[in-house]
Write a protein that binds this ligand. Structure first.
Ligand SMILES: Nc1ncnc2c1ncn2[C@@H]1O[C@H](COP(=O)(O)OP(=O)(O)O)[C@@H](O)[C@H]1O
Ligand SMILES: [Mg+2]
Length: 307
């Protein structure tokens, strides 16, 4: 009945059993928490890291997205409760499987399979069709201290201000790895601010392989795990970040980022220089989120992008 490991039975498996889910199984463990498959098409997420301060906002975000017909499923929160100060949310189980999971040691081949790039284009086009809403504007990008849009009426202004705030969070650590950082930051913020205003749509902000489920034919059937960097924004920002993060650490990562950037520029009509600018902005707003020094892989990745 209970899943056991070196540390004994998982107390959460026992918790879900007491709550009427005797076959709960741990599915995945990530930065934000642990996901359990219950049964009857339900999963539970135990929020270990950052529980969204205002979970009601997350529910509204998902409801806003669900109002638009998409060719894939998005998360649906069925219920939420607190146990010992920990947030537990219940969601509908989404179908399909991620093409790769964190730490499974599999890297995409140098030439990304066509069905993988087609799946990404489908996801990017569909998300770009979901208009930005008030709930999306009220979300806080991870690591920040206020809603991204607070005090701003244009996405470029909101993002540029975050670039400047985030650079100050751990400026010395980043400056040690990025020569001329002050210049890089001020040029990036100014260039973002100079972007024209465009209609905003939902930005997921973390379209990495574990967050997209594909069916056996490679079609995207679910996009999950909104929240890390979710907001209302320029669809070009989503495309830029996706090109950068789809393969961050594989042996062909730089090649994949360049190829995806070119592909998204061509197929989605985003100027390539805007995509590379947004990639720099992404590096400045996330460099210290997993560790603020060169011991951390994400930090090194961001620093390299900024050099
Ligand atoms: N509603 C769901 N249905 C099916 N699988 C899910 C669901 N939610 C999460 N998972 C699986 O668990 C993994 C981790 O969940 P996720 O919400 O992405 O959390 P994390 O913040 O840890 O990345 C996902 O990659 C996905 O495969
Ligand atoms: Mg995830």
């Amino acid at each position: 009945m209970t899943e056991t490991d070196a540390h004994g039975p998982d107390p959460w498996v026992q918790y879900f059993a007491r709550r009427g889910h005797p076959r709960a199984q741990r599915l995945a463990s990530g930065m934000e928490g642990t996901v359990y498959r219950l049964q009857d098409g339900m999963v539970a997420k135990v929020w270990a890291g950052r529980a969204p301060e205002d979970f009601g906002l997350t529910r509204r975000l998902y409801a806003d997205i669900a109002r638009h017909p998409l060719p894939f499923a998005t998360p649906e929160i069925l219920d939420a409760e607190e146990h010992d100060g920990v947030l537990v949310s219940y969601e509908r189980e989404l179908g399909g499987r991620p093409p790769r999971s964190d730490g499974d040691g599999r890297w995409p081949p140098r030439d990304l399979p066509r069905r993988e790039t087609d799946a990404l284009l489908t996801v990017l086009r569909a998300l770009a069709s979901v208009p930005g809403t008030e709930a999306m504007r009220r979300l806080v990008v991870q690591g920040d201290d206020r809603p991204l849009w607070q005090g701003h009426s244009r996405f470029p202004d909101a993002l540029a201000a975050l670039v400047e705030r985030a650079a100050d969070r751990n400026r010395e650590a980043l400056a040690a790895q990025v020569p001329g950082l002050a210049d890089v930051v001020s040029r990036t913020a100014a260039a973002v601010r100079a972007l024209p205003d465009r209609p905003v749509s939902v930005v997921h902000g973390d379209l990495v392989p574990p967050n997209i489920h594909l069916d056996e034919t490679g079609r995207p059937v679910a996009v999950l795990d909104f929240g890390f960097c979710t907001t209302a924004g320029d669809p070009a920002f989503e495309a830029a970040v996706t090109a950068a993060v789809w393969d961050m650490y594989g042996p062909e990562a730089a090649h994949h980022t360049a190829e995806l950037t070119r592909l998204f520029a061509r197929e989605l009509s985003h100027p390539e220089e805007v995509l590379t600018l947004y990639q720099k902005a992404y590096a400045v707003i996330t460099y210290d989120l997993f560790g603020a020094g060169p011991h951390d892989g994400h930090f090194r990745w961001c620093a390299a992008l900024l050099r």
